[in-house]
Design a protein around this ligand. Structure first.
Ligand SMILES: Nc1ncnc2c1ncn2[C@@H]1O[C@H](COP(=O)(O)OP(=O)(O)O)[C@@H](O)[C@H]1O
Ligand SMILES: [Mg+2]
Length: 329
């Protein structure tokens, strides 16, 4: 459904997007991940025909973003990072306005407006001014305008940024719901969101593609370095977690030991091994030989956040940054 080949965007001094290539199949929901400034918004703006690529190509449903922008726009719904704000417009007025720009009119337009209001749970703010809406409602109106023309593809730039946890859950559920009908690319810096919502991830860093894979494969790949959870208990009396931690740290091939939980009698550690070292046997022996009980020892998957750190060498950012307003067309 989406095909990107060597896509590049240069600004005067920066290469914002540097020869990235990826494909998204029909019906997939893909997470677009990367630290601030990685080039996510720039890529999305090229896919939605707001910004011409400097080099490379991108097609949506077989139509080229540069050569057939009208065909592309018909098939894409876009929620920009900073949606345009028309504070003096009522919700339905705004949806009609966007719908008309997308070529809808008359009864068909009214039908779609009703449908998206229902779908995005904004019926109760139909006649409210956009300027008076809470951030959560405004975001849902943003999603409603993105799907007004029933596009094949949805491109959502940080759809949950700036929302409170309850609103995040509601928006996430709505997006998952929409995934049945549309192919979706969403960018986010909230990594668990990708784990919960997406099947595939595309990770970019400094304009370059670092990984494109299924969430499950990425986790398997990263497991080359083992992550093991170990629960240790004192056999005869109280247990000093610090002593246990020190002991585990000394096992060959162990790179990091983090105490996750402790009480008088037991402690739980998360242990990371060096890449290519498998330390479970040695960990078990060390615990038993020291006279403690080994209550549990199991390998665990790395979280996407840990994988992300490994691939990009940078923390996932949590700060918002201002972006220029975008005009919908
Ligand atoms: N209009 C612009 N002019 C010059 N540089 C820009 C412009 N827009 C973005 N950039 C630069 O391009 C890079 C990628 O930005 P962006 O696509 O917004 O990243 P992200 O959305 O991943 O945070 C950044 O270094 C940013 O400073
Ligand atoms: Mg951005």
């Amino acid at each position: 459904m989406i095909k990107v080949q060597d896509l590049t965007k240069r600004y005067a001094r920066t290469v914002a997007v540097d020869q990235i290539s990826f494909e998204v199949a029909k019906g997939q929901i893909v997470g677009f991940l990367g630290p601030n400034g990685a080039g996510k918004t720039t890529t999305m703006r090229m896919l939605t025909c707001f910004l011409p690529p400097s080099a490379g190509t991108a097609t949506v449903a077989g139509f080229d973003v540069l050569e057939q922008p009208l065909e592309v726009k018909k098939r894409i719904g876009y929620l920009p990072e900073t949606p345009p704000i028309y504070p003096e417009m009522e919700t339905v007025e705004y949806l009609r306005f966007v719908g008309k720009l997308k070529g809808l009119s008359g009864a068909a337009l009214e039908k779609r407006v009703d449908y998206v209001c229902e779908r995005c749970a904004i019926v109760d703010v139909r006649t409210k001014l956009l300027g008076k809406l809470s951030k959560g409602y405004r975001q849902r109106v943003g999603l409603a305008q993105a799907i007004i023309h029933n596009p094949d593809v949805l491109i959502l730039d940080e759809p949950t940024a700036g929302l409170d946890p309850k609103q995040i859950n509601e928006t996430r559920d709505l997006i998952k719901d929409l995934a049945g009908e549309h192919t979706i690319i969403l960018s986010t810096h909230i990594l668990p969101e990708v784990e919960q919502t997406c099947e595939q991830v595309i990770i970019i860093n400094k304009g370059k593609l670092v990984a494109t894979n299924s969430v499950r494969n990425l986790q398997a790949q990263a497991r080359g370095a083992e992550l093991v959870v170990v629960e240790v208990a004192g056999r005869t009396g109280p247990l000093d977690a610090a002593i246990v931690q020190h002991k585990l740290q000394q096992v060959g091939g162990v790179s990091q030991v983090v105490c996750k939980q402790q009480s008088d009698s037991h402690a739980v550690f998360e242990i990371e091994s060096e890449k290519g070292r498998f330390v479970r046997g040695d960990l078990a022996r060390a615990v038993v030989q020291a006279g403690w009980d080994l209550n549990e020892l199991r390998p665990t998957a790395m979280t996407l956040e840990e994988i992300f750190l490994q691939l990009t060498g940078s923390e996932a950012p949590s700060e918002e940054k201002a972006a220029p307003q975008e005009v919908l067309q």
